[in-house]
Design a binder for this molecule. Structure first.
Ligand SMILES: Nc1ncnc2c1ncn2[C@@H]1O[C@H](COP(=O)(O)OP(=O)(O)O)[C@@H](O)[C@H]1O
Ligand SMILES: [Mg+2]
Length: 283
């Protein structure tokens, strides 16, 4: 079932990426690629560097060394908005500020601003701007319908259940019509039926629109049943990759999980927070 997809060419290439916080080598020479149109799981014990790597790939942390290409173009050290513009997005938690807004406004805010959308355009191309607004609105409602959130459109986002909020996070990310989506533990804390719905949407977007997904997941059953490829990290590096079956029987993976994260290095000084390069945080 995954043959054609497994043959897709790499859309993302991460090469020997490093980032240390003080003495903690959070990402310590990570190398892997992600094939276009795949659902790829990133797994590994706590502290392996998965979240840090996501922050690096999407431009929120600046790596200290390495190379990252997306669609054949270097995105190394580029700010988040430049990366989003190229079609790669990650999900964001619905913050307090967003929680205080209706669901539909959350969606509209996530829409990318159009180039040249300024006062001059507004005055001279009112019709085009109105048309564009209408499209954004329709797209927002279509996504809310897809995620069974349409009836919640006018509710404050903060009133959604944890699971519905996760779906809204994904729906917001999809407002940008991405080619690649990164999800950090999308199923954490959501009930199984909403979780299934989220997985179904990922699979549908992948097969119908060729969207690529890279997701961090702890539930091994989800990883085994829903990913084409699995990348395993431990102590800041990739220690194994392959199909779910291959990875499951890899002794290095078993060892990494048994060893846990007890081997993390002791920091030599206070960790310096990385410079998250401002940019748009999805609202
Ligand atoms: N902002 C930070 N400052 C200092 N240390 C950090 C920071 N973020 C992560 N770390 C450390 O980097 C390592 C990797 O963390 P993380 O990327 O969150 O792992 P994972 O997501 O795989 O659980 C851990 O040892 C963690 O404590
Ligand atoms: Mg994490």
């Amino acid at each position: 079932m995954t043959e054609a997809r497994a043959n897709g060419k790499p859309i993302l290439n991460v090469q020997d990426v490093h980032l240390a916080f003080g003495g903690i080598k959070a990402v310590n020479g990570a190398t892997f690629d992600v094939r276009e149109g795949s659902i790829t799981a990133l797994i590994g014990p706590n502290g392996a560097g998965k979240t840090t790597l996501f922050n690096i790939i999407t431009g929120f942390y600046k790596p200290q060394a390495g190379e990252i290409t997306y669609n054949g173009e270097s995105i190394f050290g580029k700010p988040p908005h430049a990366i989003t513009k190229r079609g790669m997005v990650r999900t964001f938690q619905i913050t307090k500020a967003l929680g205080a807004m209706p669901v539909i406004d959350n969606m509209l805010l996530a829409a990318p601003r159009q180039p040249g959308e300024n006062l001059a355009t507004l005055l001279t191309r009112r019709r085009a701007v109105r048309q564009r607004e209408k499209e954004i609105y329709e797209h927002a409602y279509e996504l809310l319908r897809t995620f069974n959130l349409e009836s919640k459109a006018n509710d404050y986002a903060a009133t959604l259940s944890g699971g519905q909020r996760k779906l809204l996070e994904l729906a917001r990310a999809l407002m940008t019509e991405p080619r690649m989506v990164l999800l950090d533990e999308p199923m954490a804390g959501i009930n199984p039926s909403l979780g299934r719905r989220l997985l179904e949407h990922m699979e549908r977007l992948r097969s119908e629109e060729g969207v690529t997904f890279l997701f961090v997941e702890h539930d091994m059953e989800v990883v085994m049943n829903h990913s084409d490829e699995v990348i395993v990290m431990a102590l800041g590096r990739v220690i194994s990759r392959g199909t779910p079956q291959e990875v499951r029987s890899d002794q290095r993976v078993v060892d990494a999980y048994l060893g846990g994260s007890g081997e993390t290095e002791v920091p030599e000084g206070p960790p310096t927070p990385p410079s998250a390069d401002g940019g748009v945080q999805g609202g």
